[in-house]
Design a protein around this ligand. Structure first.
Ligand code: FNR
Length: 379
C-alpha cells in the first residue's frame, strides 16, 4: 500500500494492531461527539487561496515554548504508546530528534523517562499527571528534570476519567483476556514483536509509586489515582518543584486561560484531550480564536485534538497557535509502520504544510494570520 496521507496510516494501523489497543486510541468518551467535531470543524475552516506571490522559498521553521523546531509540530503525550508498537516511545522520540521537533513523553508511558533519555540522549518534554500520591508527583518532576527534560507539560483535564465505552467492553488491560488473545493471534507482526520484545509495563510508575511493584497493583493504582482535587494551588506548587515555567495542557475556556495568564503561565495547550474527556466540549479549533483574543498577547498557545493534515496546521497557525501537537496521527503512523512510519508522517505533513502555505501565498509561518482563514457558512 502506498501511503500518501494520515488516513492511509489509520487504515494500516487498524489492520496491524490488536483491536483493544486500536479501540483505545480510536475512540472518544461517551457519544464521541467531541472526538468527531475536533476533526470535522477543521474542514469547516476555509483557507484563502492567493496567487502572484513568489513562493519559491518556503520556510516552515517555528518556535514552540521558546525552542526551535523544524516544523510547528510536536508529538503529544500518549499513554501506552509502547504497546501500539513495541518500543514505541523510544521510536517516536528518535524520529522527533532526527527531524528536530519536540516529543512529549506521557507519565503513563511504557518506557520510563530514564529509558527514553538514555536511548535518545536528547532533551524531550515530559507530561505530568497530577495524581493523588503527591510524593510520586514530586519524585516524577525531579526524575524528569534529572533526565534532562526541557519542558514540563501538566495535564489539567483529567481530574476525573471520561469513559470510553469500547475500553470497558474490551476489558482493556495490558493483561489480555482470552477474547483479546484470539484477536492478537490475527495480528502476527504485532504478536511477534510483543513476545520477542521486553516485558510491557508502565516504566514511570512500577517500582516508583508507593505499593506498586507488579501488574495487579499497578492496575489498581491507575484506576484510583486520578485526583479530583487538582486545583490552581497545585499548579503553583508544581512550578516551584520544577523550578521553571510549566506548560498547561487541557485549557478550553477563556476564563481558565485568563487565570493561567494571571498566574504568569507562559504556554498553554488548547486541548480537549482528543475528545476523550468532556464529551460535549466544543472543538479546539473553534475555541482557539476566543482564547487567542483573551490572552494571546500574554500567553503562547499550542493546540491539539483533531489535527490530521498540513492544512490543519496552517489553520491552527491562522487562528493563533504557534504550533500543534499530534496525538492519533502519530499513533496511526507508529502502529502502522514503527519509526519509519513516524518519519514518513513528518515528511508528508511537511509537504502538505509547504504546499498549503505556497498556494495561500505565504512563505513564512509568521505571515499566516487570522485573515488567511474563514469559517464556511454552509452551502
Ligand atoms: C492521549 N492523550 C493523553 N494526554 C496526556 O496528557 N497524557 C496521556 O497519557 C494521554 N494519553 C493518550 C492516549 C491516547 C491513546 C490518545 C489518543 C490520547 C491526549 C493527547 O495528548 C492529545 O491531547 C490528543 O491525542 C490530541 O488529539 P488527537 O490528535 O488524537 O486528535
Amino acid at each position: 500500500m502506498t501511503i500518501t496521507c494520515t488516513e492511509d496510516f489509520r487504515r494500516l494501523y487498524k489492520a496491524r494492531v490488536p483491536k483493544m489497543f486500536h479501540d483505545y486510541a480510536e475512540s472518544g468518551s461517551y457519544t464521541e461527539s467531541t472526538f468527531r467535531c475536533n476533526e470535522s470543524d477543521f474542514t469547516r475552516l476555509n483557507i484563502r487561496q492567493r496567487v502572484g506571490v513568489d513562493i519559491s522559498e518556503i520556510d516552515t521553521r517555528a518556535q514552540m515554548a521558546g525552542e526551535d523546531a523544524a516544523l510547528p509540530v510536536a508529538f503529544a503525550p500518549v499513554g501506552m504508546l509502547g504497546i501500539q508498537n513495541i518500543g514505541g516511545e523510544i521510536k517516536v522520540a528518535q524520529a522527533a530528534k532526527q527531524k528536530g521537533v519536540p516529543f512529549i513523553l506521557s507519565t503513563m508511558s511504557v518506557a520510563s523517562v530514564e529509558q527514553v533519555a538514555k536511548a535518545t540522549g536528547a532533551p524531550f518534554w515530559f507530561q505530568l499527571y497530577v495524581v493523588k500520591d503527591r510524593d510520586f508527583v514530586r519524585d516524577m518532576i525531579h526524575r524528569a528534570k534529572a533526565s534532562g527534560c526541557s519542558q514540563l507539560v501538566v495535564t489539567m483535564d483529567l481530574a476525573m476519567l471520561g469513559q470510553r465505552h469500547k475500553d470497558v467492553k474490551n476489558k482493556l488491560s495490558i493483561r489480555p483476556t482470552l477474547k483479546n488473545l484470539i484477536n492478537i493471534a490475527t495480528k502476527p507482526r504485532w504478536a511477534y514483536d510483543f513476545v520477542s520484545g521486553p516485558a510491557v509495563s508502565f516504566g514511570n510508575v512500577v517500582g516508583h509509586a508507593k505499593g506498586v511493584d507488579d501488574l495487579a497493583s499497578l492496575l489498581t493504582w491507575a484506576a484510583e489515582m486520578v485526583d479530583p482535587a487538582l486545583d490552581w494551588d497545585d499548579i503553583a506548587w508544581i512550578r516551584k518543584e520544577w523550578g521553571g515555567p510549566v506548560i498547561l495542557k487541557g485549557i478550553m475556556d477563556v476564563e481558565d486561560a485568563r487565570i493561567a495568564a494571571d498566574m504568569g503561565i507562559e504556554t498553554i495547550v488548547v486541548s480537549n484531550h482528543g475528545g476523550r474527556q468532556l464529551d460535549g466540549a466544543g472543538s479546539t479549533i473553534s475555541w482557539l480564536p476566543k482564547i487567542a483574543d483573551a490572552v494571546g498577547d500574554r500567553v503562547e498557545l499550542l493546540l491539539d485534538s483533531g489535527v490530521r493534515t498540513g492544512m490543519d496546521i496552517f489553520r491552527a497557525r491562522g487562528l493563533g497557535a504557534s504550533g500543534v501537537l499530534l496525538g492519533r496521527a502519530m499513533v496511526y503512523a507508529l502502529g502502522a509502520q514503527g519509526k519509519p512510519g513516524v518519519d514518513r508522517l513528518l515528511t508528508l505533513l511537511e509537504k502538505e504544510l509547504r504546499t498549503t502555505m505556497g498556494l495561500a501565498g505565504k512563505t513564512r509561518l509568521g505571515d499566516i494570520g487570522r485573515g488567511d482563514v474563514y469559517w464556511s457558512e454552509g452551502p
